[in-house]
Ligand binder design. Sequence first.
Ligand SMILES: Cc1ncc(COP(=O)(O)O)c(C=O)c1O
Length: 373
Amino acid sequence: MRIEPFGVEIWMNEWETKCELNLAETCVESLTIGQLLDLAGRNGDDLSALLPMPMTYGAIEGSDRLRDAIAALYARQRRANILVTHGTIGANMLVHKALVGPGDRVLAVVPTYQQHYSIPESLGADMHLLHLQPQDGWLPDLDRLRALALPGTKLIALTNPNNPTGALIPQPMLQEIAAIARATGAWVLCDEVYRGTDQQGDGKTASMADLYERGISTAGLSKAFSLAGLRLGWVAAPAEIIAAVSIHRDYDTISVGRIDDHFATLALEAAPRLLARSQAITRGNLQILSDWIDTQPRLGWVRPQSGTTAFVRLDAPMTSREFCVDLLQETGVMFTPGSALGVEGWLRIGYANAPDILREGLRRTGAFLARLP
Ligand SMILES: Cc1ncc(COP(=O)(O)O)c(C=O)c1O
């Protein structure tokens, strides 16, 4: 199987350990195990509970308690609709592998997480991209989507809330997307790993799996739940998809680690507290970022509505990669160049790290921008 190199992951692998202030990070500031236990109302005794745990594979599809806690994040999902995976990245890979074959028509809304077009392309799909535009607030143009969604379209893949733009497709628009898919019989895969970080309300936007009978939602604990180290994700989907994905999953997953399953369950049973902490960080930090953007004549943006990243237009005589490498080497601040996401002239700023890291990173970036020709 041939596949395109993963632009963002290559950028991260190359630079993440060399930066001082990481504003390329897309996770809400990660929790320690101690902080997780505190938030979940537990204590050291709960760690001791791990001691008698036999290191078997555990429940193959994820423990019942974990799948119940995941199902509770949705309006219409039950345990049988949930399959636990190695991160959202594992969930996405499995869904694409289970659904897409050579010649299948697949639509991906871009910019997005590269899995959603490079995996189907590698599987031989007839791949079509719908490019989001800043003048549309980075929301999909539904007339364009309708025109691309020819009869027989197999899959429409999107990310909501969006990485990198921070745009949030509201529920009525998700329903319109479902109607477009329904008319062609297409499945909709919606990567919802940033769900829980909306700037308004309870922070949890509607989920495609709840809205559409052929809707598939993937998500995980890395971003809104600040627990990337657990490598815990899932697929929420109709039973037919869970069965198809399970066939592939048997070849590359078996089960997730029992320790991961244990901590993930504690985390999700305390989901409102974890999400409240994340929202306090993302809402406070977006205001810091917004105040700073207002002072920067070379930068422009569509203010994010959700997620942990802002996509910022750069007005400077250099590529986004040149800018990011120079910035990193001169100041220790790390952004992600738009070119790693297939959009030149833009920068992705992850604003959900600790507020003091964000403030200091922006201060140094402001001084760097002021020195540019
Ligand atoms: C949209 C999107 N999907 C999936 C992932 C992978 O998430 P996980 O850590 O849950 O595998 C990321 C990570 O950056 C992401 O941005």
